[in-house]
Design a protein around this ligand. Structure first.
Ligand code: ADP
Ligand code: MG
Length: 446
């Protein structure tokens, strides 16, 4: 490993904090590259994440005595610098040969694989994160928390992950089930006085994938049991993957200790697909059914269905079924008749909702946000609210200024720039903004 890099590591650890350091910096291999350095990472996801969140810290830590910074390249090699810290224990490697593999607990949908998953801007980060995890479970992103609205592919992705893990020669003990099924199993065990074997079953897993954990809201007994299961697995380096239609902090009636466990891992968002990706999904789904959809037809279906992938599929199914039943040719005109135009996919967010949600998040009042108070906590919350009003609600600078106590619009411009800068340079700020954006997108009105 390159000496210059090794020397920079302690400084880098200070800059990014222990947790980020172990997760993102330690796995990087560094080699000399002419007069500069080449940083090697294990996946594209890793590359993007490191570039987005830590590049400036890396540059800072590598600044030489004369003030210059070595030229940096971040490349994907699929290798990691450090061998696994806590490898998932392979149970009897190469045991029985490949029969169709099913998880120890739960069931999988055979078609939900990585091959059938269409990747685009809206789900790329989540896809890459799950792919990376399929390579090295239990090590870095633990727990992984996939977060996105209904019908955006969360269940599909975790099934794909389970299929990939089961296809490996190491036979891992995997559970993949909805949170609701976890609860039902628990209730049965309680009723039949079999809590001992319930605990054994879950605590001997190598990978636990729990779908739709927002379902646990308000289910106190289940939350308590899950908390213990979670700890038992997490402490011994076993992988936990969770999905939810809301970020952890927005799940009502969730015990604080569970929430903080969920927030302690990697939270990745899936957004609704847009533009060309919608057309690609329609075309791929049609092709899977043996239909070669003309582009014109695919794009009309994409335009005329609701925001989620499930709605896209629904619209396509209607079109294909009707066309087959009536025996009419599959043309744009036929689709025009079948699918009514829908309102464009847009988030209707008001500045007021943003102010309210941000004030709640920071524990300051909306009045404070609009006031001229200059304490740091209020100022920061105010800047974030202004930034979100501009980026998410797309309100003009003067209107935002007006809604924040009649300030000058240059104040708002300054705030937005400041938050943009923070977002690019401070991973915690990035994470915070992502959480807030997610919450606002999933609940665009109060
Ligand atoms: P969620 O669990 O987020 O509510 P699902 O995983 O059940 O959503 O997805 C809904 C439907 O849309 C499924 O049939 C799934 O196969 C399909 N789907 C979602 N995202 C994609 C994608 N990126 N590529 C292909 N199919 C997708
Ligand atoms: Mg689902």
């Amino acid at each position: 490993m390159e000496a210059e890099w090794l020397e920079a590591l302690p400084r880098l650890r200070q800059l990014v904090g222990d947790r980020n350091f172990t997760t993102w910096i330690e796995p990087i291999r560094c080699e000399k590259n002419g007069n500069g350095l080449c940083l090697e990472v294990s996946s594209r996801f890793f590359q993007e994440w490191v570039t987005r969140h830590f590049l400036s810290a890396i540059r800072q830590a590598l600044t030489r005595a004369d003030g210059t910074v070595p030229a940096l390249r971040i490349v994907v090699t699929g290798k990691e610098a450090r061998p696994p810290a806590a490898p998932v224990a392979p149970s009897a490697p190469q045991a029985r040969p490949a029969a169709p593999r099913m998880p120890k607990i739960g069931r999988l949908v055979p078609d939900y694989t990585f091959q059938t998953f269409v990747v685009g801007e809206s789900n790329e980060v989540a896809y890459q994160a799950v792919r990376a995890l399929a390579e090295f479970p239990g090590r870095r992103f633990n727990p992984m928390f996939l977060c996105g609205g209904v019908g955006l592919g969360k269940t599909h992705l975790i099934n794909a992950l389970a299929h990939a893990l089961l296809a490996r020669p190491q036979r891992r003990r995997i559970a993949c089930l909805p949170a609701e099924a976890f609860m039902n199993t628990l209730i049965t065990a309680l009723r039949q006085d079999q809590m001992g074997s319930f605990r054994d079953r879950f605590r001997e897993l190598d990978v636990l994938i729990l779908d739709d954990v927002h379902f646990l809201a308000g289910k106190e007994r289940t939350q308590e049991e899950f908390f213990h299961t979670f700890n038992a697995l997490h402490l011994s380096g076993r992988q936990i993957v969770l999905t939810s239609d809301k970020p952890p902090h927005a799940i009502a009636d969730l015990e604080q200790r569970l929430r903080s466990r969920f927030e302690g891992g990697l939270i990745v968002d899936i957004h609704p697909p847009t533009g060309a990706m919608r057309i690609a999904i329609v075309a791929r789904k049609a092709a899977a059914q043996g239909v070669d959809l003309p582009l014109e037809v695919a794009s009309l279906v994409a335009q005329r269905s609701g925001p989620s992938v499930r709605e896209l599929e629904g619209a396509l199914t209607r079109v294909l079924a009707t066309v087959a039943l009536r025996g009419v040719p599959l043309t744009a005109a036929a689709v025009e008749m079948l699918l009514a135009p829908v309102a464009p996919v847009a988030i209707m967010l008001s500045v007021e909702t943003i102010q309210e949600r941000v004030s709640h998040h920071f524990g300051v009042s909306v009045t404070d946000l609009k006031s001229h108070r200059r304490d740091r906590s209020v100022t920061f919350a105010r800047q974030i609210a202004m930034y979100l009003s501009r980026t998410l609600a797309q309100v003009s600078f003067p209107s935002i200024a007006e809604k924040f106590g009649g300030r000058d619009h240059s104040t708002v411009m300054h705030a937005v720039r400041k938050v943009e800068y923070k977002r690019a340079h401070d991973p915690d700020a990035g994470q915070l903004l992502m959480t807030l954006e997610n919450d606002l997108r999933s609940r665009p009105s109060a």
